[in-house]
Design a protein around this ligand. Structure first.
Ligand code: NZQ
Ligand code: ZN
Length: 388
């Protein structure tokens, strides 16, 4: 296991009615005037908008709204948010929604103290010096943005979707009430589960073999998704299922699984190109690519890892040879995604051959990706082609 520093500073308030801590937490982090960031209206339909705004009003906390954050949030919206914060002298950001509202808020937070265009932060031209304090109320179990320091922002003009990680973007607190996810529709429940599982796979399949504990934790998260996603789809208001998926979302990416291992992801950068070019749902792209990536990287040096996955997660026969178990485990993964109603081929989401090479070149523009098995441009292109 490699050396690491462990610091996850986000306070988590998990469970029913935890929103009651909202006003006191905003104040604890110095907030007195709030930017309220949310998406296309789901929080109004579930009554959460009324709850939040009543709490702010009754505690004399003025707020201004940035509404309509798109799935795959855009840099233009980030710019608007920063402007609102300056114009109205806001000192706290409250994101209410899924990963898109949270990510947009994170870059507003980091961009507030930077005098030029916030896209400079995304492309790594400058590093954020500090961030406005940010709190979140999560409504969709998927990205883990509620408990990590990453944000992913799209620039549709340049066909770029870029992920940025910076400790200044850790939320100060996140409120995780599983009942807010009762209304998440089937397709987003499925895509969110694929995203949680992909974050877990990105950490789990690693050339670091000494981080035994992290691998067993990862298997627990995968089993949790496999057990509870079908229940949440059949019975959307099943608290136990929604609660387990929500906590899995946070734990899969908050660092716990990647500590002690090298963190060089593969399916995520490949997927980000798909959503940059075709604006598809992140988890859908991952569900399509993951089994194809698995088949592609399966070889003599990785077969034992896939066998572990098959035996420990899918309870396959440990007496069978590695390749047989590995293939079966990959098949099980694909069948699971299909059983959730997720597509398994790119053409099902309207993606053809036209941009595969440009996307493969963009993914690998800084060199090969991944450390479990390094993938160069040709490898990425081959995986895209296999997924067509
Ligand atoms: O916009 P509203 O009306 O809120 O509707 C949303 C949106 O249409 C809806 N939704 C959310 N909560 C709901 C709900 N509908 C009904 N009931 C609820 N309770 O779901 C749709 C998708 O929301 P969005 O926030 O876009 O989804 P998600 O949480 O999957 O976030 C996706 C974004 O996060 C990025 C992705 O690339 C994508 O841009 N990621 C962020 C990461 C991070 N910060 O660490 C890591 C991830 O790997 C990922 O890349
Ligand atoms: Zn993801």
């Amino acid at each position: 296991m490699q050396s690491f520093t462990y610091s996850i500073p986000t306070k988590i308030f998990f469970g029913k009615d935890q929103v009651n801590v909202l006003a006191e937490q905003i104040r604890e982090f110095g907030g007195s005037r709030v930017l309220l960031v949310y998406g296309g209206g789901s929080i109004k339909r579930i009554g959460l908008y009324d709850t939040v705004t009543k709490i702010l009003q009754s505690n004399n906390i003025p707020f201004f709204e940035l509404a309509g954050i798109d799935p795959n949030p855009r840099i233009e919206t980030v710019r608007q948010g920063i402007q609102l914060c300056h114009e109205h002298k806001l000192d706290f950001i409250l994101a209410v929604g899924g990963g898109s509202s949270i990510d947009c808020s994170k870059v507003i937070s980091a961009g507030y103290y930077y005098e030029n265009d916030p896209w400079d932060l995304m492309i790594g031209k400058v590093k954020a010096s500090q961030g406005l304090p940010l709190g979140t109320i999560l409504t969709l179990a998927a990205t883990g943005s509620e408990m990590d320091f990453f944000a992913v922002i799209s620039n549709l003009e340049t066909h770029q979707k870029i992920g940025l990680g910076d400790p200044v973007m850790f939320p100060k607190f996140s409120i995780l009430d599983p009942t807010y996810t009762y209304s998440v529709p089937h397709n987003q429940t499925a895509a969110g589960t694929a995203d949680i599982m992909s974050h877990t796979f990105e950490n789990y399949f690693s050339s670091e073999k000494g981080a035994y504990l992290q691998s067993r934790l990862a298997e627990g998260i995968l089993q949790t998704c496999i057990k509870y996603a079908p229940i949440a789809m059949r019975d959307p208001e099943n608290y136990e299922a929604r609660a387990n998926l929500m906590w899995a979302s946070s734990l899969a990416i908050n660092g716990l699984l990647s500590l002690g291992k090298e963190r060089k992801w593969t399916c995520h950068p490949m997927e980000h190109e798909l959503s940059a070019y075709y604006d598809i749902t992140h988890g859908v792209g991952l569900a399509i690519l993951t089994p194809h990536w698995m088949e592609y990287v399966l070889n003599d040096s990785t077969a034992a890892d896939f066998k572990d996955y098959g035996v420990n997660v899918w309870r396959l026969n440990s007496e069978d040879d590695s390749y047989k178990t590995a293939h079966l485990a990959i098949e099980k993964t694909k069948e699971f995604f299909t059983s959730l109603g997720l597509p398994s081929k790119l053409h099902e989401v309207g993606i053809g051959e036209e941009n595969l090479l440009v996307m493969a070149q963009a993914v690998t523009k800084n060199g090969p990706i991944g450390e479990f098995r390094h993938l160069n441009t040709e490898d990425v292109y081959n995986i895209y082609k296999a997924a067509l």
